[in-house]
Design a protein around this ligand. Structure first.
Ligand SMILES: NC(=O)c1ccc[n+]([C@@H]2O[C@H](COP(=O)([O-])OP(=O)(O)OC[C@H]3O[C@@H](n4cnc5c(N)ncnc54)[C@H](OP(=O)(O)O)[C@@H]3O)[C@@H](O)[C@H]2O)c1
Length: 310
């Protein structure tokens, strides 16, 4: 069998992925031509990221699937010009990176690290933190990333609740779902982690009403997507002390404009969308496995439900 694969992503990634995809497909027994430029009507698969600039999929009349290098597919899921199956990225390296970012920032809050790292004023004021068993952490979104982060936190003995659209069973994690589940989840969330996708249904999941359900002084981590939060409502909650601190990795506009109030707010930490990224070595294996599955008539892994948007 022989397939043509178009690589449409940030140009600097091409030299990294080209050898990995060539080796991976050869190992899978697939003869392939992989290039950044192919006649559209001869393309069988499109390896895709939004920063490759491809928007119009209609000339790709032979394409069997679009394989995203990104976990978040909000920029392509609603593209009406895409009519073939879309698979998102679930990559072991990406998941591991997100787990490390979440655990690190949860521990920062849990242990009150800032107090000793940023203030060394000669005052000896012992105030040991509680144990993780006495700390409730809530993870909104129990998909590939949310489940892994929740289980890593549970392994550290945090009291972990997770919330998703459909009912879930994740060992070590109290699983809730639906609107009532969200209210219960938020009411216990001393530290709240957002790992939902950006869809019409998840926009402004955190708004004035839902922020008011959190325990006073709750801390928020958002490595999900900017639109999950109503920014005005969060700033208001930070100003009243309803939210004690927020660490935000993603924003409605990226890069976050220099004059955005988040930069100057004393109780906000901005990180520049670095919580985790797709790791080429492991991601290329996922892409190759999906092409192999498709070529042998098996269903694609990690298919996006276009109606749900994730
Ligand atoms: N900051 C970064 O560097 C970075 C890196 C990678 C990814 N991300 C973000 O992380 C997000 C999550 O990735 P993932 O791979 O874990 O996604 P995923 O596997 O698709 O999981 C999404 C989770 O969200 C839940 N969900 C979706 N819509 C919901 C709703 N309306 N109400 C309640 N729960 C809802 C899903 O519920 P069900 O289980 O019931 O379907 C699922 O548990 C991505 O979409 C992306 O935006 C950020």
């Amino acid at each position: 069998m022989s397939v043509n694969v178009l690589f449409s992503a940030r140009p600097t990634l091409w030299p990294v992925y080209e050898p990995l995809l060539n080796i991976g497909l050869a190992d899978a027994g697939i003869k392939a031509t992989i290039a950044t430029d192919l006649p559209p009507d001869q393309v069988d698969y499109i390896v895709y990221a939004p920063n490759g600039g491809l928007l119009d999929f209609t000339p790709y009349t032979r394409a069997k699937a679009v394989l995203s290098l990104w976990a978040g597919v909000e920029k392509i899921a609603s593209n009406d010009m895409l009519t073939v199956p879309l698979a998102r990225m679930v990559d072991h390296g990406l998941t591991q990176g997100m787990t490390e970012w979440v655990v690190g920032h949860v521990l920062r809050y849990h242990l009150g690290m800032d107090r000793h790292i940023t203030v060394q004023d000669g005052e000896w004021a012992p105030d040991p933190p509680p144990l993780a068993t006495q700390r409730s952490v809530c993870v909104l979104g129990l998909g590939a990333l949310g489940q892994a982060a929740a289980q890593a936190l549970a392994a550290l003995s945090f009291n972990v609740t997770g919330w998703s659209r459909s009912a879930k069973d994740v060992s070590g994690v109290t699983c809730l779902h639906g609107p009532d589940g969200l209210r219960v989840a938020l009411s216990q969330a001393e530290i709240l982690v957002l790992l939902l996708p950006e869809t019409a249904a998840t926009e402004n999941t955190l708004n004035a009403d839902t922020l008011a359900l959190l325990p006073k002084g709750a801390r928020i981590l958002n490595p999900g997507r900017g639109p999950l939060i109503d920014d005005e409502a969060l700033l208001q909650a930070l100003n009243t002390g309803q939210v004690g601190h927020a660490t935000l990795d993603v924003f409605r506009a990226e890069p976050l404009p220099p004059d955005h109030p988040y930069w100057a707010h004393p109780n906000v930490t901005v990180t520049p969308h670095i919580a985790s990224e797709t790791r080429p070595e492991t991601a290329a294996q996922v892409i190759c496995e999906n092409i192999q599955r498709s070529e042998s008539g098996r269903p694609l892994l990690h298919l996006v439900d276009r109606a749900l948007g994730y």
